[in-house]
Ligand binder design. Structure first.
Ligand code: URA
Length: 252
C-alpha cells in the first residue's frame, strides 16, 4: 500500500528544523524569505508536503533548505570525539551544522563508536530507521580494521567463527564473526552484533590488545575514500537499501 506524503504547517516544519521560533518563521515568511518552487510562501499556516526533494525545492533567506525530517547521514568519525549528546569534551554532533543541533526530532547516532574508534558512523532523526539498523534481528554486518599490540597467535579465525566465543561478564556466546588476517598484527573483523566494546573485548578474550580500530563498512555500504575524517554526507534511499542489502556472516 502506498503511504500518503506527510504534510506539516510551514512554521512548525521550519521551527522543528532549527530555523527559529514559529513566530520568527511567520515573520520570515511574511517578508518573502521562504520560497517554494520559485514562489514565496507568505502564509506560515500553509501545510507543506514533506517530500525528500524539499531541500531542492525550498529556500530560506536565499539558501537551500536543510534536509527535511527523515534524514540519514554518514559521518567519518575522527578519533577523540564521543558519540553522546551530553558528555564533556568533543562530541560528534559538533561536527554537524549548528542549526541541526536544534532539530526536533533530534539527530542521534545509530549505535556508537568508542571515542578512540574512527570510521563510518550513521546518524539519523528517523527512529524507525535507527531501530531497523540496530535491531539484533537485522544482523547487519559491520566491518572493522583492527591493529593489534601483539601478533595473532593462530586459532583466532576459528574461535571468532565458532559461535561459542564468550565475552567476559556475559553469559550468551557471540554470533559467528569473520576474521580476515592481513598481517600478523592487522586484521579485518566482521560482526553482526553491537555489544559494548565488542571488538576490543573479542581480542582481549583471545589474549591480545587492540591498539587501533576503524569501521569501514556497514552492511553493503563502504566508507568512501574521499570522505575525510570529520566530514559527513547525506544518504539517499539507494544508500540506505545498500546498508540493509548485504546479509551478515551469521545469516547465510
Ligand atoms: N567494537 C569496539 O570495541 N569498539 C567500537 O567502537 C566498535 C566496536
Amino acid at each position: 500500500m502506498k503511504t500518503a506524503t506527510p504534510t506539516m504547517r510551514l512554521d512548525r516544519l521550519l521551527a522543528n528544523m532549527g530555523y527559529g521560533s514559529r513566530r520568527e518563521i511567520a515573520q520570515a515568511a511574511r517578508a518573502g524569505l521562504v520560497v517554494l518552487d520559485g514562489k514565496a510562501v507568505k502564509d506560515a499556516d500553509q501545510r507543506i508536503a514533506v517530500t525528500v526533494d524539499l531541500a531542492a525545492r525550498m529556500t530560506f533567506d536565499g539558501a537551500a533548505l536543510d534536509p527535511p525530517p527523515g534524514m540519514v547521514l554518514m559521518l567519518h568519525k575522527p578519533l577523540g570525539v564521543t558519540c553522546s549528546h551530553k558528555e564533556t569534551g568533543p562530541l560528534v554532533y559538533a561536527l554537524l551544522p549548528p542549526r541541526w543541533r536544534r532539530r526536533e526530532p533530534m539527530i542521534s547516532t545509530v549505535g556508537r563508536l568508542d571515542k578512540e574508534t574512527s570510521g563510518m558512523l550513521l546518524m539519523t532523526d528517523d527512529g524507525d530507521v535507527l531501530h531497523r539498523i540496530i535491531s539484533p534481528k537485522s544482523q547487519i554486518a559491520k566491518r572493522y580494521r583492527v591493529t593489534l599490540d601483539r601478533p595473532l597467535a593462530g586459532g583466532e579465525v576459528e574461535a571468532f567463527a565458532s559461535g561459542r566465543m564468550m565475552l567476559e561478564g556475559e553469559d550468551t556466546p557471540l554470533l559467528p564473526a569473520v576474521l580476515e588476517v592481513l598481517s600478523p598484527t592487522v586484521a579485518e573483523v566482521t560482526v553482526t552484533e553491537g555489544r559494548y566494546h565488542q571488538v576490543r573485548r573479542m581480542f582481549a578474550a583471545a589474549g591480545n590488545h587492540v591498539v587501533a580500530l576503524h569501521r569501514d563498512r556497514i552492511g553493503g555500504l563502504a566508507l568512501p575514500d574521499d570522505l575525510a575524517p570529520g566530514a559527513y554526507r547525506l544518504l539517499d534511499a539507494a544508500d540506505l537499501a545498500t546498508v540493509f542489502g548485504v546479509a551478515g556472516p551469521a545469516s547465510g
